[in-house]
Design a protein around this ligand. Sequence first.
Ligand SMILES: C[C@H]1O[C@@H](n2cnc3c(N)ncnc32)[C@H](O)[C@@H]1O
Ligand SMILES: Cc1ncc(COP(=O)(O)O)c(N)n1
Ligand code: MET
Ligand code: SF4
Ligand SMILES: [Zn+2]
Length: 432
Amino acid sequence: MTQLEAAKKGVVTEEMKKVAEKEGVNAEIIRERVAEGRIVIPFNRNHRGLKPCGIGKGLSTKVNANIGTSEKFPFLESELSKAIAAVEAGADTIMDLSTGGDLEKVRMAILSSIDAPVGTVPIYEVGVMAQNKYGSVIDFTEEELFEVIEKQAEEGVDFMTVHCGLTIEAVERLRREGRITDIVSRGGSFITAWMLKNEKQNPLYEHFDRLLEVARKYDVTLSLGDGLRPGCLADATDRAQIQELLILGELVQEAIKQGVQVMVEGPGHVPIDQIESNIRLQKRLCHEAPFYVLGPLVTDIAAGYDHIAAAIGGAIAAACGADFLCYVTPAEHLGLPDEEDVRIGVIASKIAAHAADIVKGIPGAWERDLKMAKARKNLDWEEQIKLSIDPKKARKYRQERNSSDVKTCTMCGKFCAMDIIAKYLNKEKSSC
Ligand SMILES: C[C@H]1O[C@@H](n2cnc3c(N)ncnc32)[C@H](O)[C@@H]1O
Ligand SMILES: Cc1ncc(COP(=O)(O)O)c(N)n1
Ligand code: MET
Ligand code: SF4
Ligand SMILES: [Zn+2]
């Protein structure tokens, strides 16, 4: 049984109980929301050592970190240490987006060393296989596509991006109406090129039932990819994007009916004033399935700092109801991230997620800030370091910029406002 099938039957699984405990939410509420498709727990029965993680309504906003080899950097070791660094920095899930070297070996290494849910985009391996075998990324058969999906499911992949809503009709609209950046989704570009070359419908759409069968067998959570997501502000919320979203909504309902857990991927590059309407549209059209957004980036010109552009968008999106933030690193649009880029990307997204959790009313979120405020007032540096999102960095600054015996910090020294006021405003010791 999948988590969804169990939930529908009224069964509270071990995984639901663990999610409930971690989040401070009643287990029956988790079951109910899994049954409705509003919470997913990506949990492939073949991923050994996996700790359950819930994504969706009423749960803390989760952060995903992308790693993976590429043609020019096909090295397993560096991607594995990026994945470990990402989890250490607070990533809740990892996506292996490898396209270089031995993909299966990298994936198996990630799956066996990471105890968080691991996601993939199977069409990437299909493309790499086609390139090696036939000399072109799009020279694959429908059979080969489903073989790779089944193989990855069997290996223990917990969630998969599948661009099922990218139909030939949506591509025709895009062509007819025009766009600035056309298609920026890598998987979306493979599927579109395949459809145009073969003059056939998207096999992930046409044979969605077959995909559901594989997903149900291993309890793989489907992450319905947005192949037509906007790649620049000017393309945001256009008719091609929304046409794909409409189809994704239909597929969400079908997946839930068939007992398959499902979430929906979203943009992309979106101006701030369109973020809320994007979230509302997704929730309305997709049966309130968990929404997994890439950023969104609120400007196109932050090259080198795109983690900031994405964290601004991510905070707004999550506050409006997005459930899952895909990180963006400072290397976005420029090259493959290194380990430090990965760490910075995760921290930026964690800040965005937490900022949203405060206003989402997530248990413990507000209280953490309150504790920090009190520690600041008390000039309790150890407590401040402990409560911060990146304690390593906080400790480094504290140690490098201050001698160990000072009560205040080098910013103001003996002119420290907190210290002066503590002496004169509340003569009796404050109770906090
Ligand atoms: C869809 C998102 O995935 C990111 N992306 C694609 N491939 C990799 C990789 N090997 N490592 C890290 N991020 C990757 C892109 O930069 C984009 O932000
Ligand atoms: C949030 C999110 N969106 C998209 C993708 C896939 O990337 P692509 O569509 O470029 O293949 C992803 N892995 N995560
Ligand atoms: C394929 S270019 C890298 C991804 C891009 N930033 C996007 O918006 O999807
Ligand atoms: S410009 Fe770089 S990141 Fe963007 S699609 Fe091309 S190779 Fe990928
Ligand atoms: Zn982009």
